[in-house]
Design a protein. Structure first.
Length: 209
């Protein structure tokens, strides 16, 4: 983003903030990737005195912005987001993930496999080693495939696999928990984890922590 674009964006947010504040709005929702980061950035640039609760719909975009600021934006303490998955640290503690990761390490001992840092640890947001992510995803995709293939029965075909996937209910995905699918629903429905900013770790942490 060019500096002139940032200035224009800040002015627009300031105008919107004034209208929201006058109307007594105490909750603001940022939609999409850029929408999830524009508000807190502009509030800091404008040194706004208006501090409503802010909800970002893109947890990944907000997380990237949060970790880039390294604790330099005090407005982040009013921000919340959510993700249909526990933190990577929580996922890594799942026994099924631990077993899968152990098997992976035995098969590929020279590949890097650093466990995720506890998000509540001071400075956790400054960690750049994400070698655990590929392990988590591989273990989860394999677990989900196994659930669907088992539900499809002995005669595994594209049709039986697709039918079983759409009908899959209460499947236990390693690290994620229980999820369900359905016809014309290309995503799983399951528990949602709310995240908040932690000034100690300078990153997003589960709100329940």
């Amino acid at each position: 983003m060019q500096a002139t674009d940032a200035v224009a964006s800040d002015q627009e947010v300031q105008s919107i903030s004034q209208r929201f504040q006058s109307a007594g709005v105490n909750l603001v929702i940022g939609v999409g990737g850029s929408g999830s980061t524009t508000w807190p950035r502009a509030q800091l640039d404008n040194q706004s005195t208006y501090k409503p609760t802010y909800i970002a719909t893109s947890e990944s975009s907000l997380l990237s912005y949060v970790e880039s600021t390294k604790g330099a934006n005090p407005y982040l303490k009013y921000a919340l987001s959510a993700l249909a998955a526990p933190s990577s640290y929580q996922q890594w503690k799942d026994p099924a993930i631990k077993k899968c990761a152990t098997d992976f390490h035995k098969a590929y001992p020279s590949d890097p496999m650093t466990a995720p840092v506890n998000p509540t640890t001071p400075g956790a947001g400054n960690t750049t080693d994400t070698s655990f992510e590929s392990i988590l995803e591989a273990c989860q995709y394999l677990g989900l495939f196994d659930d669907i293939a088992t539900a499809a029965g002995k005669n595994l075909t594209t049709a039986s696999f697709t039918k079983a996937g759409y009908a899959l209910k209460n499947a236990e995905v390693p690290g994620i928990g229980v999820v369900s699918f359905g016809p014309n629903q290309p995503y799983a429905t399951g528990p949602v984890t709310v995240y908040k900013y932690s000034p100690t770790s300078e990153t997003l942490v589960p709100a329940s922590s």
